[in-house]
Write a protein that binds this ligand. Structure first.
Ligand SMILES: Cc1cc2nc3c(=O)[nH]c(=O)nc-3n(C[C@H](O)[C@H](O)[C@H](O)COP(=O)(O)OP(=O)(O)OC[C@H]3O[C@@H](n4cnc5c(N)ncnc54)[C@H](O)[C@@H]3O)c2cc1C
Length: 415
């Protein structure tokens, strides 16, 4: 019988595993809880009205349509039963497998303070991005209705918690919206005076980068008008702002970009996890005692791999490809070598003409790094149409300083 490979999650890892199995002598089922593959690196552009949602996502069914050996199912995996080699879905359905690739990624972690979540949404899905965009744009609308400057101030204060790549990108874009996009559109206040504060518990932003580059990142942020607070752990978040020890920062819009927790599906495997809930896998990405189960991407931790594999898209793609190839090897009774991550460098953008980049020991910042970031993101987007749409939208935004995706539906509950 043709072996059945089940892939849970069609993010970067799952998609690249499925693509690698094109034409192989296996039957593949790809299961995802959404109907789209999402290009997460550009989510912040949707959250800041620079791009529309469909520009950074593609229907999984369409992406894999030409692969005859792949069936795409939409559903939520609740549990993996290793003993019975079956995946259990939320509606009770079961999917049996011969080989399983678990690629369900990660979500936000509020470090045990889940009550902060309604006041400080994180950025992981398209729904999150649209919610952040709604909160930001409607805060400006609410500020225009407020005649008392003291009561208006919290509506014009935007706090981003967490100075990693996502926090830096969001803070930089909020500042650009206030400084450029909305300029001249309001009568009761000057949008340029809006306050954007980036709060980070560590003593520098972009901690994945060497200190010189992260310092350049901070300087570029401040040039955009962002206030950067370092070494300030957040101790409370509520509907009216953020508590930092004894200090209080009043704000009606707070975004969470601080913590990541692995997909809860990992815990159902019943194998050891690290503190963030990542599944501790063997050097060949299988779980102990189950050579037919592989865990990849943000959900996997390979303790034997030094330096550690970063939680970024290229790592998930490489693991996806490796997992697929090693399944095909195992069908031929071949033993694969251990997974090795190939580091092609890292890029983070801060705003218009501002970015940092690192390729081994080679470092770049400012305009050249931004240009490289732009080209890389267009190149790696899934779908030709999406590449064209994003290119046109960015060119338009670059020359006009406008962000066109500003139509919001629904309300903020607190307005
Ligand atoms: C805002 C943001 C910005 C980022 N920017 C960058 C960047 O600039 N560069 C970079 O390299 N990396 C970036 N990353 C990280 C990168 O996106 C991740 O490392 C990568 O997506 C991990 O791939 P994955 O396949 O493990 O998981 P994901 O791509 O997250 O895919 C997981 C998939 O599983 C599905 N899923 C989850 N749970 C279930 C379930 N129970 N049942 C069924 N389906 C499920 C989800 O719907 C999703 O499609 C960013 C991440 C975020 C959130």
């Amino acid at each position: 019988m043709t072996p059945h490979v089940v892939i849970l999650g069609c993010g970067f890892g799952g998609l690249f595993a499925a693509r690698t199995l094109a034409g192989a002598p296996v039957r593949v089922t790809v299961l995802d809880r959404t109907n789209h593959h999402l290009f997460q690196p550009l989510l912040y552009q949707v959250a800041t009205a620079g791009l529309s949602a469909p520009a950074i996502a593609a229907p999984i069914r369409a992406v894999l349509a030409s692969q005859d050996n792949v069936t795409v199912l939409m559903g939520d995996a609740q549990r993996v039963d290793l003993a019975r080699r079956a995946v259990l879905l939320e509606d009770g359905e079961q999917i049996g497998y011969d080989h399983l690739i678990v690629a369900t990624g990660a979500a936000h972690s509020y470090f045990g303070h889940d009550d902060w979540a309604p006041h400080a949404p994180g950025l992981k899905t398209l729904e999150d991005a649209l919610e952040i965009r709604r909160r930001v744009l409607l805060a400006f609308e609410r500020a225009e209705r407020e005649s008392d400057p003291a009561r208006r101030a919290p509506w014009l204060t935007f706090i981003v918690i967490g100075g990693g790549a996502t926090g830096v990108e969001l803070a930089g874009m909020f500042a650009e919206i206030a400084r450029h996009t909305l300029h001249g559109e309001f009568r009761r206040f000057e949008p340029r005076n809006a306050r954007v504060v980036l709060v980070e518990a560590a003593d520098h932003v972009l901690t994945a980068y060497p200190p010189e580059l992260s310092e350049k990142g901070r300087a570029q942020l401040e040039r955009l008008g962002v206030t950067v607070w370092l070494g300030r752990p957040v101790t409370g978040v509520d509907a009216d702002g953020v508590q930092l020890g004894a200090d209080r920062l009043a704000a009606k819009t707070v975004v969470w970009a601080a913590g990541v927790a692995a997909s809860p599906l990992g815990a159902t495997l019943g194998v050891p996890l690290d503190r963030a809930g990542r599944v501790i896998v063997q050097p060949d990405l299988t779980v102990p005692g189950h050579p037919e189960v592989r865990v990849i991407g943000d959900l996997a931790l390979i303790p034997s791999h030094q330096p550690p594999v970063p939680g970024i898209a290229p790592a998930a793609k490489q693991m996806g490809r490796y997992a697929a190839v090693s399944i095909l090897n195992s069908l031929e009774k071949k033993q694969p070598g251990p997974f090795r991550y190939r580091d092609y460098g890292m890029l983070a953008t801060i705003g218009r003409n501002k970015a940092i980049a690192m390729f081994g020991r080679f470092q770049l910042s400012g305009y050249p790094a931004w240009l490289l970031w732009l080209v890389a993101h267009i190149f790696f987007l899934i779908g030709f149409r999406n590449r064209v749409v994003v290119l046109v939208d960015w060119a338009w935004a670059y020359w006009t300083l406008q962000r066109y995706a500003r139509i919001v539906l629904g309300r903020r509950k607190d307005i």
